[in-house]
Design a protein around this ligand. Structure first.
Ligand code: FES
Length: 159
């Protein structure tokens, strides 16, 4: 990943910090923002490293720790909680063999909790990347995860 090229997609103005951080995180294979990237952002925007960390730490979509390629964001807000999100959480942990906020051994998934995703009518719900899934149960979660694994395997075998 060429950090400088990503920085130069944006003019060096403080208002561009969020877009720059998004682009850098998206380009990182482990889906996070290493300190060296943040140092370069600070230099490019002529600000301090602590100002950059302030933004990164404020938004939950940014991470300073390596994560899986696919981030599973499981809603923990009241409606999903009432509809069984705790059971769903345990199912996902078991299926992936992970704890919250830790990448799976294969580097493919990370599991995080999220506030309301705005789709309470299909609770319990989760997001994986930009995709939204509702009416979750142990059976359909297993199917969703298997489909992603198969997609990755066929993408890797065609390389
Ligand atoms: S409470 Fe879970 S999507 Fe709204």
């Amino acid at each position: 990943m060429d950090i400088q090229k990503i920085l130069e997609r944006h003019s060096p103005e403080p208002d561009n910090m969020l877009n720059i951080l998004h682009d850098l995180q998206d380009a990182n294979l482990q889906n996070y923002l290493p300190e060296e990237s943040l140092r370069q952002v600070a230099r490019y925007l002529n600000t301090t490293l602590s100002a950059v960390y302030g933004v990164v730490n404020y938004y939950t979509m940014f991470s300073t720790k390596p994560r899986g390629k696919y981030i599973i964001r499981l809603c923990q807000s009241p409606v999903c909680h009432l509809m069984g999100s705790e059971t769903v959480l345990e199912s996902v942990k078991k299926l992936l063999g992970v704890e919250l906020d830790e990448p799976a051994a294969d580097g493919l998934f990370s599991l995080e909790l999220s506030e309301c995703l705005g789709i309470c009518d299909v609770a319990p719900a989760m997001m994986i990347g930009e995709d939204i899934y509702g009416h979750l149960s142990e059976a359909n979660i297993s199917k969703i995860i298997s489909e992603i694994r198969e997609k990755e395997m066929s993408a890797n075998s065609s390389k």
